[in-house]
Design a protein around this ligand. Structure first.
Ligand SMILES: Cc1ncc(COP(=O)(O)O)c(C=O)c1O
Length: 457
């Protein structure tokens, strides 16, 4: 992960020197970063106006106002009661989730850490689907929980089922073998993390796949943790040509499915769909019958953040107060991402030999053309390619090793405007062409690789 900061450092350094060389208006010369998982659109104006113009002044000044006094600690570590009730209403109507209680967290990442600390002891293990979301993996590392990775493959659309269909036998066998191996061990598999739509692959797991994972978890007493950060990010725009390919997933409409059960914990975020990552707000939905879990979550919440920021909770209330809890607003904005998604697809799919567009989230997952047939790619080589991309081609993506797969890379296509995305896509295409035709090896790397030249990995 510190490598990601290093990549940010290279981008700033290059942009700074470009700004010094040219006049300040030549922003089209700058490096375009397709690294961060954010969206380009603004948060809902209606909710912001309600908060800023009507509620904030009252809440700043009046102890007895409708929302309370925002300068104080929150009335409950789990968040304002009115907001939690509103979230529960959303969960009932949108996700069809009953009998859950809610903890408002400082983003879904804090939610994940709280759940991990509540469920696992040092030495326990946790199953992630690979390539995985790096913060999940890092949280496991930080708390001494062993990651068990179930690799998902491109030929399966990066879903846990085989061959673009619902054959879950490979996963079932993997899981049951793991259970057998752990029978006499003290530390066990405590949780399975399902991130769908997926960061970094964009895969959307089917209802059958999710139910199969859930049933296995229930059978063996393992928690299932569903990270539903991208619940509204589904496109259903796979082109007709792709659907006609022999191994395409069929023309079925794709949807996000939320499973239910006493062994399931759900994580949500306001960061992506409502474009407020800086306000740090997400929530955990956990089975309301589980008082022991509630106690653990409460202890962690009180020790780490006390509560999520009250003012952010208030904005979340205003968002959820919109039509259908803000879902139609979010879906309309998300549909505008199709343009970027298509621009990137057209630039990369041939060169990276991609089979099909992912159905959801805001990412493409691909392999650099020069690494396509290589079994083992060193991190050193991979980071050199990343730096060369930034310095020579003025475009940045995240390296696959951050997601457990050196040689791959993740493109985040939602964080730039359509216009910028078109330029970034064409830069990426030129770079991938050069990687494919061996130009990278011929280039003077002293000129393009400075930060990662002598780095020890
Ligand atoms: C799968 C997933 N979970 C959680 C997060 C973090 O969300 P938040 O900003 O709510 O902490 C991200 C952000 O990239 C993500 O991709």
């Amino acid at each position: 992960m510190p490598m990601i900061n290093k990549i940010g450092g290279i981008i700033s350094e290059v942009n700074h020197s470009l700004q010094q060389q040219h006049n300040k208006d030549s922003s089209s010369d700058l490096v375009y970063s397709l690294c961060q998982g954010m969206v380009y659109f603004k948060p809902p104006e209606q909710a912001l106006q309600t908060l800023l113009q009507h509620q904030l002044m009252n809440s700043c000044n009046t102890l007895g106002s409708e929302f309370g006094f925002i300068h104080n600690y929150c009335e409950h570590d789990f968040g304002r009661r009115v907001v939690r009730e509103k979230v529960k209403e959303k969960l009932r109507h949108i996700n069809k989730l009953e009998q859950v209680d809610v903890v408002l967290t400082s983003g879904a990442n804090q939610g994940f850490v709280s759940v991990l600390l509540s469920l696992c002891d040092v030495g326990d293990s946790c199953l992630l689907f690979g390539p995985y979301y790096f913060n999940h993996y890092m949280a496991l590392q930080m708390f001494g929980v062993k990651p068990v990775i179930f690799d998902c493959h491109e030929c399966d659309g990066y879903q846990p089922g085989c061959g673009h269909c619902d054959d879950m036998s490979r996963f079932t066998e993997f899981f049951e073998n793991l259970m057998k191996q752990q029978e006499n061990q003290r530390n066990k598999l405590k949780m399975v993390v399902v991130t769908t739509p997926c960061n970094p692959t964009g895969a959307v797991y089917t209802q059958y796949q999710i139910d199969t994972i859930s049933q296995l978890c229930a059978k063996y007493g393992v928690w299932m943790v569903c990270d539903e950060t991208y619940e509204y990010f589904i496109y259903n725009d796979t082109s007709v040509e792709q659907q006609q390919q022999p191994n395409a997933t069929s023309t079925k409409t794709c949807y996000h499915y939320t499973p239910q059960g006493d062994h399931i914990i759900h994580l949500y975020s306001f960061s992506k769909a409502f474009s407020i990552p800086g306000w740090r707000l997400g929530y955990i939905a956990y089975p309301s019958s589980n008082t022991e879990l509630a106690l653990h979550l409460n202890k962690i919440q009180d020790t780490v953040v006390i509560s999520s920021p009250v003012v952010s909770q208030q904005l979340a209330f205003c968002i959820l107060d919109m039509e259908d809890f803000g879902k139609p607003w979010a879906e309309e904005k998300i549909s505008t991402l199709k343009h970027n998604r298509k621009a990137i697809w057209e630039a990369i799919h041939d060169l990276c030999q991609l089979e099909k567009m992912p159905e959801g989230a805001i990412y493409y997952w691909a392999t650099f053309p020069n690494f396509l047939n290589q079994e083992h790619v060193t991190m050193e080589k991979e980071f050199q390619v990343i730096e060369w991309l930034i310095r020579k081609h003025k475009v940045a993506v995240l390296p696959g090793s951050c997601f457990g797969k050196p040689g791959g890379f993740r493109i985040s296509y939602a964080n730039v405007s359509h216009q910028v995305c078109e330029i970034a896509a064409s830069r990426l295409k030129s770079a991938l062409q050069e990687l494919a035709n061996g130009q990278f090896e011929k280039d003077d790397l002293d000129q393009y690789v400075k930060t990662f030249k002598n780095m020890k990995f």
